[in-house]
Design a protein around this ligand. Structure first.
Ligand code: PRP
Ligand code: URA
Length: 206
């Protein structure tokens, strides 16, 4: 299921990022902040378990998170969303999936993967600012599924309808969260209006 997270702060910060005059520092900071805001919304439904604790003055029954959360940034650009989410959920474990998209064929190529043990039973949040053709996201979901992950959420900033459709077809049970569903892809596979090459803008390459 697709969920576009509408919030005035998210919209405002995304507008800053879309502007071609937004420099590396501001691009990174806005991405960080939006990732945190998105994580707050996305975790609304995570399960809690009852626990008993001692406060300084009494015993009380209360609740804590039942499952671990594993964050899976797709390298490189997904790294730009990690800090914002870690600030909100400091206990997350972090996997890494290295994928790059061939600029000609637009096919994803894997160059790295590393997972914490918890991935099997955790709530897995795959993060990447851009969902364009969907090839990278589909490959990443395939990879975490191979590790036994069952509860998977895909979290992207900007998505194209083509990419959403492709992920929904390949992995219908995975919820997709976006800050914006944009218009389309251009002939080079870039999201329109989008925000350009997210990895280059985060890391100041190019
Ligand atoms: C970008 C982006 C996604 C992918 C999206 O990464 O961060 O991972 O492209 O495109 P797709 O939906 O068509 O697969 P890129 O391959 O440019 O690598 P980078 O993060 O190292 O810049
Ligand atoms: N990857 C990006 O970084 N930007 C796009 O618009 C599409 C893929």
């Amino acid at each position: 299921m697709l969920k576009v997270l509408k919030h005035p702060l998210i919209t405002h910060k995304l507008t800053q990022m879309r502007n071609k005059n937004c420099g590396t520092k501001d691009f990174r900071q806005n991405l960080d902040e939006i990732a945190g805001l998105m994580a707050y919304e996305i975790t609304r439904d995570i399960p809690l378990k009852e626990v008993e604790i001692e406060t300084p003055v009494a015993t009380c029954k209360t609740y804590e998170m039942e499952k671990e959360i594993v964050l899976v940034p797709i390298l490189r650009a997904g790294l730009g969303m990690v800090n914002g989410i870690c600030n909100l959920i400091p206990t997350v474990k972090i996997a890494h999936i290295g994928l790059y998209r061939d600029e000609e064929t637009l096919e994803p190529h894997t160059y790295f993967e590393k997972y914490p043990k918890a991935v099997k039973d955790a709530i897995v949040m795959i993060v990447d600012p851009m969902l364009a053709t969907g090839g990278s996201a589909i490959a990443a979901i395939d990879m975490v599924k191979k590790q036994g992950a069952k509860n998977i959420r895909l979290v992207c900033l900007v998505g194209a309808p083509e990419g959403v459709k492709a992920v929904e077809k390949a992995h219908p049970e995975v919820d997709i969260y976006l800050a914006s569903l944009d218009e389309k892809l251009n002939e080079h596979g870039y999201i329109i209006p989008g925000l350009g090459d997210a990895g280059d803008r985060i890391f100041g390459t190019k």
